[in-house]
Write a protein that binds this ligand. Structure first.
Ligand SMILES: *Cc1c(COP(=O)(O)O)cnc(C)c1O
Length: 483
């Protein structure tokens, strides 16, 4: 199985090459052909522990990694980094929450970003590439810190993270600007996440050599996320919430469409997945798209309580369009329309396929707070603002449509102001005071990695305009070492 560009104008490459390069030279995203998605017999995977399950899924999707090698990488990636040995435990609070926030930065991106550096280093070796890869990443908040933690002090790789100056929470910002490591840099961009992401994409087209990406456009980011759909399914069976073989629905708080696309891959690999529920906040471009087939980014950008979903251009949707149509010329033309005109409409038969698998709901900030309050009141379980959108979408979907697993994408401690206010506790002082107040008020323990954040020294202060990002990257790449 080779990886091909969603836009069809680049040569096919091995899975290792796709991981090293991140983005295809024609600007498309590396994806398997729709008729080559590998199948797994889920019945044979039911009783495996997480690393063994991950090894099966990884080696199926990344043929350059035999199962034993994949298992060793998974064990090295997660060992000692997750506070829960199950990695992605399914929590039964009446509603089923798939807790993806037990990693080193308390957000779901850790699951993939602890593994990606190991996949990338090994892939570069397999491809015979020289050392000194520069990882370039735009972040809406959580990716940046998770990537920095994943890549810090990995030999032969440096990482540079751009974040929107006014688009991340104070805690997210503190996590990034205090990041230690001899191979890391963090730089603010004067703009929103889409400016930062577009800037990074432009740099990739301008200077492709020696650059790679930790964004969810990298197939090495996507593949590790497929694993927990399988583990969640098996856990739901074990909890007696479904019969083995019965379809299970998943509600996924969505921004760049990576996490939910991993669910689609799990379904195509043979897992009995029902509907994938795409949960958005007030930036509901995907809700409209899934309901109407019209993708239209020409709308106001809202800063919401769930900033990691404040996105108007969901990059990974391109992969779905390709996987569901098999038509790279169509994808290339839709993406050109999006770039030039800000909107596109998919053909009716493609929309029908999308709607056979996906449903979509959105929830504004008031709905987010209501969801947090209700779950806390009814079950004493504390959820974050992103998970709240997922919960709200699951409710809108309706219990009559079968059991739903809600992906819990961040610890509530990452968004303490909104969570405090939602559960009716006073929100005084700065965000760091609020984290402490949340712990005192709810008795839910704060993740260790967030303790003491306030007093860590700021190590990164650079800030650039979007137009200056390319020059900044050239200058930094030319420096022999950042240590
Ligand atoms: C990144 C992120 C999301 C969105 O995930 P995508 O894969 O970009 O759709 C949701 N919740 C949190 C907390 C995140 O960090």
């Amino acid at each position: 199985m080779l990886y091909t560009s969603t836009r069809g104008a680049s040569p096919k490459v091995s899975s290792a090459r796709a991981i090293v390069d991140g983005l295809a030279p024609d600007g498309g995203l590396y994806t398997m052909s729709p008729n080559e998605i590998p199948k797994l017999d889920w019945r044979e995977l039911q009783n495996l522990d997480y690393p063994s399950l991950a090894a099966k899924v990884l080696s199926a999707l990344l043929p350059d990694f035999p199962e034993a090698e994949a298992k060793a990488l998974v064990e090295a990636a997660y060992r000692g980094k997750f506070s829960d040995p199950r990695i992605a435990p399914l929590h039964d609070a009446g509603d089923l929450f798939l807790e993806l926030f037990h990693g080193p930065t308390s957000a779901f991106k850790d699951v993939a970003l602890c593994l990606l550096p190991h996949l990338m280093k090994r892939s570069a070796e397999k491809c015979g590439d020289a050392d000194d890869i520069l990882i370039l990443t735009a972040t809406s908040g959580d990716t940046g810190k998770a990537a920095l933690e994943g890549f810090r002090d990995v030999d032969g790789i440096r990482i540079l993270v751009f974040y929107p100056r006014d688009g991340v929470s104070p805690v997210q910002k503190a996590q990034m600007v205090t990041q230690a490591g001899g191979n890391v840099k963090v730089c603010a961009v004067e703009g929103n996440f889409d400016d930062a992401q577009s800037g990074v994409k432009a740099i990739f087209s301008a200077m492709p050599a020696g650059l790679s990406s930790a964004n969810s456009i990298n197939i090495g980011r996507l593949v590790p996320q497929v694993v927990y759909y399988f583990s969640a399914y098996f856990d739901a069976v074990r909890l007696g919430r479904i019969e083995a073989g019965q379809p299970l629905n998943f509600s996924v708080p969505t921004g760049n469409f990576g996490d939910i696309l991993a669910g689609y891959l799990a379904a195509e690999m043979g897992l009995p997945v029902g509907k994938l529920i795409c949960a958005s906040n007030a930036n509901n471009v995907l809700t409209d798209f899934i309901r109407t087939g019209v993708y239209d980014r020409r709308r106001p950008f809202h800063k919401t309580l769930s900033p990691s979903m404040d996105i108007l251009i969901s990059s990974n949707l391109e992969r779905l369009l390709y996987l569901m149509s098999g038509d790279s010329a169509l994808v290339a033309s839709l993406m050109a329309q999006l770039k030039n005109e800000g909107h596109y409409q998919v053909p009716a038969d493609l929309l029908e396929k999308i709607q056979s698998r996906f449903v979509a709901y959105c929830c504004d900030d008031a709905g987010t707070e209501t969801a947090i309050a209700k779950v806390w009141k009814d079950s004493g379980y504390l959820i974050d603002t992103h998970t709240a959108c997922g919960w709200s979408a699951a409710r809108a979907f309706g219990a009559e449509n079968g059991p739903v697993v809600i992906l819990s994408t961040a610890s509530p401690y990452k968004f303490p102001a909104a969570v405090l206010s939602a559960v009716g506790l006073p929100c005084d002082g700065d965000e760091f005071d609020m984290m402490e107040a949340l712990e005192t008020g709810t008795k839910v323990p704060m993740p260790e990695n967030l303790r003491g954040l306030r007093s860590r020294p700021v190590l990164h202060r650079d800030c650039v305009a979007p137009a200056d990002m390319l020059e900044y990257v050239k200058a930094k790449k030319a420096e022999p070492s950042w240590a």
